[in-house]
Design a protein around this ligand. Sequence first.
Ligand code: HEC
Length: 100
Amino acid sequence: MVAASLACGAALAHAAGPAKPTRLGLCAACHGETGMAQVPGVPNLAGQKLDYLRDALKQYRDGRRNVPQMRAAIGPMSDADLDELARWFSAQAPSHQGNP
Ligand code: HEC
């Protein structure tokens, strides 16, 4: 039983396969490593459209969305860094974690 559920999870996680972004740790405390929010009031990012995520991140960085928590997390990241994070979260399957 354990093997079956692991295999299922692994298939989902590896299907789309972008490499883990080096800055993912900055986001995980609130959004979770796989984009399922860890904190009330924080949106899930898993499976969200790539373009939407990329635009949202640039809006926080450039101050067009003025949310202090997000601006602090992103800081002055480059477009390439934001792109990597957007790709990662977009490729995650929305799911419940750690729920055997
Ligand atoms: C301190 C908690 C916190 C951290 C850390 C954090 N976020 Fe957020 N994030 C939020 C909150 C709260 C919102 C909702 C803000 C709003 O209302 O616009 C949000 C919104 C977003 C959105 C927009 C979602 C949507 O549906 O519009 C994206 C994309 C995002 N975060 C990505 C990231 C990334 C990437 C990182 C790491 C660099 C990160 N966040 C770090 C709290 C956090």
